[in-house]
Design a protein around this ligand. Sequence first.
Ligand code: ADP
Length: 485
Amino acid sequence: MPQNEFLPINLLSEDAIEYLPCGLLILNDTRNIVLLNKELEELLGYSREELLGQTYKILLPDRLKNTPTIFDAQFEQDAASASRSHIITGRRKDGTELSLEIRLNKLNSNAGPFLLCSISDISDRRRIEHQLRVAIEAAPSGILMIDDSGAIQLVNRETERLFGYTRDELLGQSVEMLVPREYRDVHSAHRTEYAKNPAARLMGEGRDLFGLRKDGMEIPIEIGLNPVETIEGRFILCAIADISARKKAEQALHDAAEELKRSNRQLEQFAYIASHDLQEPLRVISGFMDLLSEKYKTQLDEKAGTYISYVVDAAKRMSQLITDLLKYSRVERGDREVQPVDLNKCAQIAEANLQASTQEAGAIITCDTLPKVQGNEMQLVQLFQNLLGNAIKFRRKEIPPQIHIGCHSDNSFWFLSVQDNGIGIAPEHHRRIFLIFQRLHGKKEYPGTGIGLALCEKIVEQHGGRIWVQSDVGKGSTFHFTLPK
Ligand code: ADP
């Protein structure tokens, strides 16, 4: 760099200026360029010789050359002073325009006042900011940007739609206009607090937030906060999601669940009362049928005997149904007493209760070591008994039932299973079989009431677990259930 006799600041090393990572120029009091560095040459595409001695307006597009500029304004200052950064549109030698961030320092020296200008090309940053603005505008959530005082500086289309205001009605206003009146003071205090230590986070986590629309309606919203540093300072970017639809769906789900619980309770109450009250007349029917067939055996013909046996069979079936129904409704109604229960003992009692059918079928039952759980012993015996009973009942004719009770665990649950080598269940029935009265076979083929698995599900759920089946038709089934540790 040639030594320049106008150089006002002898203290600055010429090399340091030359290789500064930003453009630098110095204007004398006639606002002509008296010094510049390499970076500025590259920035504007002029050679040093072309720039030296020119007015600074060579940096500007023609249309801006005749208006007063911040260079002039800074020159007018009497005292030595530094400006904040400004963004101006500049022009290269080839006529293309670029965004320049400039800082100006007014200096006074013996040779007169000078202006030291540092100049950076921020076109890339501007372009990115522009792209960001386009993306923000098209974003499916409401986005608004506020400054440290809470004044709205940027809004997108979705914010306009969400709150029913036009952009012009929002820009420059306090963000509290979008907050329901009763929360405004708190909001403003929170905002001030947030501004002291801003970080990306959800606003009011765990609380329900509401926005106030222009028409006075309050809408449930979720807000993400993000501090953003820009060349114009720090702002808070708020991303606002309208969660009205989600809230409505949650409410509908909650209402439906409540309604379901209520009607379930009613149904159980009904099942309990009905089965309880039905038992008595049924006993009378069975009793008198027995009497009829005993006492009048000789007077009745063969057909009457057959009919009586049908009635007796039906009464027995009905009695079984009522007993099962009562068990089912009792699980929900009472027996809530919970104590430590040894599942080994439950499985043993269940096996003992099934001894006759086990022997008849030639079934072999093996069992892992089972844990102790908190629960109701009677219900857990019933659970094993139903699953083992089914495993014996739904056996294949050609091989004896081989049944295994398995157990493993993770941190929170015991995973238990009852595996058999029976007839199996087609996949389309894997859910259905847990519904009450759902059976896949006729009474003649396999007797039963279709309540057993519904009862198992109820018992498992009552204990805080889940039950499901895995099965291959013709190979066997495994009923899995979990119990909390
Ligand atoms: P029930 O045994 O009285 O028919 P459940 O509710 O216990 O009623 O079972 C419902 C249906 O699920 C049974 O009718 C049967 O079709 C099927 N099922 C249950 N357990 C097994 C099993 N271990 N193997 C094959 N099918 C089974």
